[in-house]
Design a protein around this ligand. Sequence first.
Ligand SMILES: N[C@@H](CCC(=O)N[C@@H](CS)C(=O)NCC(=O)O)C(=O)O
Length: 215
Amino acid sequence: MELFTYFRSSAAFRVRIALNLKGLKAEPHFIHLVKDGGQQHKPEYRKVNPQGFVPALVDQGHVITQSIAIIEYLEETHPQPPLLPRDALGRARVRALALAIAADIHPLQNTRITKYLEQELKLDEAARKRWIVRWITEGFTALEKLLANDPATGEFCHGDTPTMADVLLVPQMFSARRFGAELEPFPTLRRIDEHCQLLKAFQDAAPAKQPDFEA
Ligand SMILES: N[C@@H](CCC(=O)N[C@@H](CS)C(=O)NCC(=O)O)C(=O)O
């Protein structure tokens, strides 16, 4: 397998965690989202992913885009250890938690969005940061309630083994810290994030551990 990735991309971070949890390796291809005006916009990369996003996974010559689709693909092709619960209700809960991040929080902080805020709407850095933190905080407020008030939450988001929900949560916590969001009001999110950080699969997927890392 091959993975188009960027150390700071939280969507690529998700896939790196999922690969590690399943003990899989993918040869990395680094796409710098800032250098050269963003290598994701280059025609060579648009041939891989016309959306111009990382991650993209290549398996047996087929390109798979969208981190959730990639993780579900890995789950179906390499079921052990499972990242989705066995029962339908559990799977629905884990997918809902994951999508609360992937669909409702993360897209608003994406590079193309913040570039538009800067270049078209002329928002300065402080205003752009306010925008990002605003949506992370709103999303995390709901996520904290969903997790804190449900007995299905265990050491991880769902029970006592990592699932796709944790795979999504940890990179979003990383981004939240990077953008300076206040995390004190989210004790359950912090507790689960800390618990995930004990696992090598999560540690090794971290931006600072990637060969393309830049301080
Ligand atoms: N929904 C996509 C989102 C992917 C995505 O937003 N990737 C970001 C990095 S985290 C990206 O490549 N951004 C490039 C840009 O905005 O120009 C997924 O989950 O894979």
